[in-house]
Design a protein around this ligand. Structure first.
Ligand code: AMP
Ligand code: MG
Length: 408
């Protein structure tokens, strides 16, 4: 193949190309109701239209009192203020009023005497454990001052952030539209699970793997029937999908075998942004444009699908939505030495554990073959071994990417 695109590039270069393309093709914002916001990426900053709390109020059930220490004759009980309507109570020195959690603080109140510590005798109120000045009072604006920028465009919505928006009185938020994704698996040897295998055939595991990786990102992927290794059929189906989806993700058919048709197809009918990344697993990764859609061609081996999607594929999905919050990464000590005999950046499967002193340790899995799906299923992180051959003694600190999203 006559190559006029970057090939055999480093992982960081691939990431930079993905970031650039994603920036150029940033998806438009849309407004959504809060309850549909989980995991969505904010398109605008979130600036507080009101303060929180929006008025001084009681943090406990009991009595608002004015005058500390307690007057010898106790406080005179006047009125009640429950959560709801502000009755505009005003306390004079030596007075107290019944109050519930969240109720507006009567003017002049110094503190809340909690119910458990209070004794009412007729219209007088006594205690053996008086509150300190301002105790159990929530001050207006102590959590949020009106006008504060609480979240920035590119931040991801969590339940607490969605609750915060609701507290601020916002019924909707502006978030990036999510990419629509078409998923294809390719290979004459593939049969869907549930069908009997003829000699030489295997079950298509990548479709379910890739679909659920996408679902874990909140996407709603649409999967096509398995594509045979027939370049005309592949081209027709992918071009069809490219009409109506933002992103087409394939797996298989991207390396150098007789039946690996995707790189030539993309070069002839679309545009290739890169092919082959110096990473292990996942070297033959292909990225480009077909029609109006982006095309990400993942390698066929299941562990390569996992590693390329969780690193570069997810980066693309994040970038298209303008996400700026980085994905979580742990730093952990290798529990065993690792000899790395190749130059590529490696995402090795591993298991996190906490050692006796409370430090994170990662147990690298010796089953490194990119077909070893059971090994990947038994682990919970991809540990990152940087480019270059080398010996990593036990105790060296490595980055670890969580790889079992959905397990909690
Ligand atoms: P390929 O890149 O198409 O040569 O595929 C590389 C390896 O991954 C081969 O052993 C394929 O049989 C295997 N493979 C490709 N696609 C799938 C799939 N959807 N499910 C399981 N294994 C696959
Ligand atoms: Mg194949």
């Amino acid at each position: 193949m006559n190559v006029d695109f970057p090939t055999r590039i480093g992982f960081d270069e691939a990431a930079a190309i993905i970031d650039r393309v994603a920036r150029e093709r940033r998806l438009a914002p849309e407004r959504i109701p809060l309850q549909r916001g989980l995991g969505r990426v904010l398109a605008d900053d979130l600036v507080a239209p009101i303060g929180l709390p929006n008025f001084d109020n009681a943090a406990m059930d009991g009595f608002a009192v004015r005058g500390l220490p307690m007057p010898d004759a106790g406080w005179e009980l006047v009125g009640e203020q429950f959560a709801g309507t502000d009755r505009g109570l005003v306390l004079q020195t030596g007075q107290g009023s019944r109050i519930t959690t969240g109720a507006p603080l009567p003017a002049g109140a110094d503190a809340i005497l909690i119910k458990e510590n209070a004794r009412v005798e007729g219209d007088r109120l006594f205690t053996d454990t008086p509150p300190a000045m301002r105790q159990h009072i929530r001050r207006a604006g102590e959590d949020v001052e009106a006008g504060t920028r609480l979240l920035a465009a590119g931040d991801v919505l969590t339940p607490a952030r969605i609750g915060l928006a609701a507290a601020l009185g916002l019924p909707e938020l502006s978030v990036a539209r999510r990419p629509t994704v078409a998923v294809f698996t390719t290979g004459d040897e593939l049969r869907p699970p549930g069908q009997a295998l003829a000699p030489g055939e295997i079950h298509d595991s990548n479709r379910a793997l890739l679909q659920t990786l996408l679902v874990a990102e909140g996407l709603e992927p649409v999967a096509w029937p398995i594509l045979p290794d027939d370049p005309a059929r592949i081209a027709a189906m992918l071009e069809d999908a490219a009409f109506s989806f933002d992103l087409v993700i394939t797996c298989g058919g991207v390396s150098a075998g007789e039946k690996d048709h995707l790189p030539a197809l993309l070069q002839a009918r679309g545009e290739t942004y890169f092919w082959k990344v110096r990473m292990k697993p996942g070297m033959p990764l292909l990225f480009g444009r077909l029609g109006d859609a982006l095309l990400l061609g993942l390698p066929g081996n299941p562990v390569s699908v996992l590693a390329t999607f969780l690193t570069l594929g997810r980066r693309l999905v994040d970038g298209l939505q303008g996400r700026v919050e980085p994905r979580s990464r742990w730093r952990a000590k290798l529990a065993l030495p690792v000899d790395k005999r190749h130059e590529r950046l490696e995402f090795m499967r591993g298991r996190l554990q906490v050692d006796a002193s409370g430090q994170l340790q990662v147990q690298p899995d010796p089953a490194t073959g990119s077909h070893r799906l059971a090994a990947a299923a038994g682990n919970d992180v991809l540990l990152v071994l940087p480019e270059g051959a080398g010996h990593f003694p036990a105790g060296s600190v490595v980055d670890c990417l969580p790889s079992s999203s959905g397990r909690g």
